[in-house]
Ligand binder design. Structure first.
Ligand SMILES: Cc1cc2nc3c(=O)[nH]c(=O)nc-3n(C[C@H](O)[C@H](O)[C@H](O)COP(=O)(O)OP(=O)(O)OC[C@H]3O[C@@H](n4cnc5c(N)ncnc54)[C@H](O)[C@@H]3O)c2cc1C
Length: 439
């Protein structure tokens, strides 16, 4: 039996889920097809809109105070120029509605400065509420606490980096062992679960052992290191689900504000954000079909503006068509496998959309390892309606839009714009697709 929806979104990252949500909110039927986990699980959970202006000269420029002021100055090829400042604002409005009080930053256009696990300071537009007490613009002295087995966060080193960066507060770091009998290779989710459930853990004292609830035991382990600091930062593992309760318990025990420092992969704040987006999509009626790749499509065969009738998902050797009126491509960039590159060239593997790039591979890279590498901006180019363009500048298909990291024209890592572009283009592509079927 043919499966038919108004809109099919391919890709389950922040762009695909935002697109699907936007479709559902316009009253159209939508199905989201996704193969594997998205980059949300690796990303910090911070929602960057624009932290640094794109710098094609290789000269370093400072962080941006107000990303919205900089958007009109971006090159025409940048996805933000396609959706416009209002498009970015509308997408952040949708995001704020979905995440509610789990995120902060919506009170201002200005970037917040959030310390990250390496001790660098990230200009970002939205940050988890659990990171709020850690802002670098806050002048309260801070103690950073790391754990012996969580080697990604070297608290004393991160504190030194913050001090060298000139933050307006004193910062110190301490490394402790997480109280209880945890395996040396315990994953951060194991510690988070123990804090969520407030498990009883065995604490070794001087010649005795006692059992304490995990949150109290952690606070007791930190207390000897506190020297009057008014806030304490931990790596982002304070619970998977009940983070606010864990944080509040620690604050009460320590008599200091407690915050999480965003971490690299695997990222609990990224997973929590993924959970919030999935829940919002389900509530809005989005249908999910996950675990298998979209490998191909069916079209009416007309070149330059032809129409897609279905995408094909490969499942156990069978090829299953998913029909729709409109399609959104949100398969990610080079990291998410939405864009493929090899010695022969750069390609978009499902619809074979044109990906502008030089045929000479040496032009893909800058000489300087930290320079402005053209490959970082590889992706599909679109018209004003986010429809991917072919080599001649015509829409590849009349009913295909693209969103997120599959788009070209921006370097998310250098600019710090990853989630912002995914949100803004995801919302615009989803809404555009829905309006085609509802009008
Ligand atoms: C390590 C890391 C850290 C980051 N840190 C930050 C940060 O701090 N702040 C920030 O704003 N941004 C950050 N980003 C960037 C941000 O995560 C991405 O720009 C953004 O999330 C991309 O979202 P996306 O939905 O376009 O793609 P992705 O998240 O890559 O999702 C693509 C989805 O498409 C699916 N897919 C791909 N091919 C197929 C197929 N053939 N069939 C079906 N499904 C398919 C994938 O399985 C996946 O679900 C980070 C990225 C990385 C990698």
């Amino acid at each position: 039996m043919a499966i038919e929806d108004d809109v099919v979104v391919v890709g389950g990252g922040i762009a695909g889920m935002t697109a699907a949500l936007a479709v559902a909110r316009e009253g159209a039927d939508v199905r989201l097809l996704s193969h594997k986990d998205s980059t949300l699980r690796s990303a910090s959970g911070l929602v960057d809109v624009l932290g640094y202006p794109p710098d094609e000269t290789g000269e370093s420029s400072g962080p941006l105070a107000d990303p919205f002021e900089a958007i009109p100055e971006l090159p025409d090829s940048h996805p933000y120029r396609t959706v416009g400042v209002e498009g970015v604002r509308d997408a952040l409005g949708l995001f704020d509605e979905v995440v509610g009080d789990r995120y902060r930053g919506g009170h201002t256009d200005r970037n917040a400065l959030v310390p990250t696990h390496g001790g660098s300071i990230k200009p970002t537009a939205r940050y988890p509420a659990t990171a709020a007490a850690g802002l670098a613009s806050d002048d309260r002295n801070a103690l950073l606490v790391g754990f012996e087995t969580v080697t990604d966060f070297d608290a004393p080193l991160a504190a030194d980096h913050l001090v060298s960066a000139g933050v307006p507060f004193a910062a110190r770091g301490a490394t402790i062992s997480f109280p209880g009998d945890f395996r040396v290779d315990a994953k951060i989710t194991r510690f988070a679960d123990a804090l969520d459930a407030d498990e009883r853990v065995t604490v070794q004292g001087d010649g005795y052992a006692t059992e304490l609830p995990a949150r109290e035991a952690l606070a007791e382990a930190v207390k000897p290191h506190l020297r009057g600091e008014e806030r304490v930062g931990f790596p982002a593992l304070l619970g998977q689900h009940d983070t606010e309760a864990v944080r509040e318990s620690l604050e009460a025990e320590l008599g200091a504000a407690v915050f999480e420092v965003p971490m690299g992969p695997p990222s609990l704040p990224g997973m929590r954000l993924e959970g919030a987006l999935v829940a919002a999509c389900r509530e809005a009626g989005v249908r999910f079909t996950t675990g298998n790749p979209v490998v191909d499509y069916e079209s009416d065969g007309t070149a330059g503006g032809g129409e897609i009738g279905a995408v094909r998902v490969e499942r156990n050797g069978a090829s299953i068509p998913f029909h729709a009126d409109q399609f959104v491509l949100a398969t990610g960039g080079l990291v998410g496998k939405g864009i493929d590159s090899d010695r022969e060239g750069v390609a978009e593997p499902i619809f074979d959309c044109h990906v502008p790039h030089s045929s000479d591979r040496y032009d893909w890279f800058a000489d300087d390892a930290f320079g402005d590498h053209p490959f970082a901006r590889f992706g599909v180019a679109t018209d004003d309606d986010l429809r991917p363009l072919d080599q001649k500048g015509e829409p590849e298909f009349s009913n295909l839009r693209a969103a997120g990291a599959v788009l070209g024209g921006y370097d998310f890592a250098a600019e710090k714009s990853g989630s912002g572009v995914s949100l803004a283009t995801g919302r615009a592509a989803g809404r555009g697709a829905a309006l085609e079927v509802t009008r």
